[in-house]
Design a protein around this ligand. Structure first.
Ligand SMILES: [Zn+2]
Ligand SMILES: [Zn+2]
Length: 580
């Protein structure tokens, strides 16, 4: 899967709160790294996402804050869009579920599926809280999971075993707003006939050899154990997209179905804004097109089953997911992130603590939970910045570039390698680049980032062994050769850093005197220069987190006080609806 036409997406954040570091690496940041990588490799990419703003959760939140749902989401959306900029997220279109294009798209799409016979109406038992006087959304009901016995299971899904649920399946159900026992009422609702597509989904997932094992296994075991049942796709609440089926005018489309179709509508909207609307079809209805989804593991059912089934139900040649990268969870100092218990760091706070966004991006990729849960620890964060970025990567780059300036006035010569150590290290650089590419294409971002550190460590050893400063007098040619290879390694590192730490990489490329609007590497980074090549004067790209701050961050009680202060300062900048 080398060059191609891609839609890269991240799960649409539900904007009732500021995302925390776990949300960031679980979807948006990972998707950005992937989109940047593909663009750098010359692929054609549209990177889309948007604010998921409908549903009862926001409706209830707005009621509590005494504003309309739309006022609430307008403020949150604007604030969050600013944060994506600060985090260097390179969206081509970040939109929202309130966009007119999106609402129209969802209605048309659903009507198509309805006309094809995959949506029908049936009676459904809905929990109603007579104390709060509302029909409760699935996740507003909690109880015991009928599959695994977990006590805090929500009415839509069990966080323990991952199974999708209906609220009436819960044992001992309670309204999460007031704790009373809901009554179950019979209501007419419209259902997506997932059961009719079970065979197609199973065949698709079985034959799909690019999907990760965790995604495949989850889906297969779901189908094999319980089978796919019809799933209700309308709700009784007001805040959402009005249901388009005849007789369903008082219902809205369930937020989950609403947001899933955002991947398509956001692509369409992107091209509409460019006055080239029909172009979106090339990205969704063309057998050459590919789609990549970056999600947390709790979103697997919706992306590996429901989305493909919806696309199949149109009976049009929509492209089914090419890659679904589902992360495990990021913990915070051994605990679950929790806004109410103030456990964690939120992405606006992070930048107030350390204002170099590349340090956060790099560290989060280094701890990305790819095959198991991982843990955000401040000591690790400090190690990634001070030790890896500074002592290894930054140091190697700076040494090589300084030597090129000191001995050759900044000129890298074209040489034929004869020395074995040179040949071996150059070979190592090429191998690292090849592995990096293949890991990145498979979205193994953490594994790929490991190679950046390894290459710089080997680079430092190489410079130590070759000791050009000791040989410059008696053997200029050997030094030229060493610095030629050193330069190739530095250039390769700068390119490998680009998707992860784009601002630092751009600074480095400037120093390397590689000035193009957009860097595209077809085969190897060295193709970007023609030797002999003159570089600019090197500057320090990375700096350490100062000792005074490190001391605070590594001391639990001082850090908590410090974080509280940052949080209360930030409350002046956050819109009221997002304050802590
Ligand atoms: Zn369970
Ligand atoms: Zn209640």
């Amino acid at each position: 899967m080398s060059t191609g036409r891609w839609v890269v997406t991240s799960a649409w954040p539900y904007i009732n709160s500021v995302p925390h570091l776990g949300n960031m690496i679980g979807s948006i940041l990972s998707a950005d790294v992937y989109a940047r990588f593909l663009r750098m490799m010359g692929d054609d990419v549209v990177f889309v996402s948007g604010s998921d703003e409908h549903g009862t959760v926001i409706e209830v939140e707005a009621r509590k804050k005494n504003v309309s749902p739309k006022e609430l989401t307008d403020l949150s959306h604007d604030y969050i869009v600013k944060l994506w900029k600060l985090w260097s997220i390179s969206f081509d279109n970040y939109t929202r579920t309130e966009s007119e294009t999106h609402k129209e798209f969802v209605k048309e799409f659903m009507l198509k599926v309805f006309r094809n016979g995959f949506i029908d109406e049936r009676l459904q038992v809905i929990p109603y809280c007579s104390k709060d006087e509302i029909y409760l959304p699935d996740r507003f009901v909690e109880g015991v999971c009928p599959y695994c016995g977990f006590e805090g299971a929500r009415g839509d899904q069990c966080d323990n075993c991952g199974k999708l649920l209906e609220p009436e399946q819960l044992i001992n159900p309670k309204c999460v707003l007031c704790g009373s026992t809901p009554v179950f009422k019979n209501r007419k609702h419209w259902f997506f006939r997932l059961d009719k597509l079970e065979k197609n989904v199973f065949e698709w997932i079985t034959k799909h050899d690019l999907l990760d094992e965790n995604v495949k296994n989850f889906t297969k075991s779901w189908i094999e154990t319980t089978g796919l049942a019809p799933r209700s796709l309308t709700r009784d609440n007001k805040w959402g997209i009005q249901s388009p089926f005849p007789g369903s005018e008082d219902k809205t489309i369930y937020v989950w179905f609403d947001a899933l179709l955002g991947y398509l509508s956001a692509t369409k909207e992107y091209f509409t804004k460019l006055s080239n609307e029909s172009e979106w079809v090339k990205y969704w209805l063309d057998s050459e097109a590919k789609t990549a989804y970056f999600i947390g593991k709790d979103n697997i059912p919706f992306h590996a089953v429901i989305l493909p089934a919806l696309l199949m139900a149109t009976q049009e040649p929509y492209v089914l997911p090419t890659l679904i990268s589902a992360t495990e969870y990021l913990m915070y100092e051994g605990r679950k992130f929790s806004k109410s218990r103030r456990v964690g760091v939120w992405i606006d706070e992070a930048l107030k603590i350390v204002d170099n966004v590349d340090y956060w991006r790099y560290s989060l990729v280094r701890m990305r939970p790819e095959d198991k849960d991982t843990n955000f620890k401040w000591s690790e964060f400090v190690r990634f910045v001070n030790n890896e970025l500074n002592d290894h990567i930054g140091n190697f780059i700076h040494r090589v570039l300084t030597l090129i300036h000191r001995f050759f006035g900044g000129v890298v010569d074209d040489v034929v390698l004869t020395d074995n150590t040179d040949i071996e290290f150059r070979k190592y650089v090429d191998e690292v680049w090849a592995s990096y590419k293949s890991l990145m294409y498979r979205a193994k971002l953490r594994e790929a980032s490991e190679l950046i550190v390894k290459l710089s460590e080997r680079g430092n050893q190489y410079v130590n062994v070759k000791a050009p400063w000791a040989k410059i007098k008696e053997n200029v040619n050997e030094v030229k050769s060493t610095l030629n290879v050193g330069f190739t390694a530095v250039l390769t590192l700068s390119i490998m850093l680009y998707p992860i730490a784009p601002q630092s990489s751009e600074k480095l490329l400037k120093t390397l005197n590689i000035s193009r609007e957009r860097v595209v590497v077809r085969t190897h980074p060295i193709e970007l220069v023609k030797l002999p090549h003159k570089i600019n004067k090197p500057e320090q790209v990375f700096t350490k987190i100062p000792k005074e701050l490190v001391d605070i961050l590594l001391d639990d009680s001082r850090r908590e006080q410090y974080l509280e202060r940052v949080r209360s300062e930030l409350n002046n900048e956050r819109p009221e609806v997002l304050r802590f």
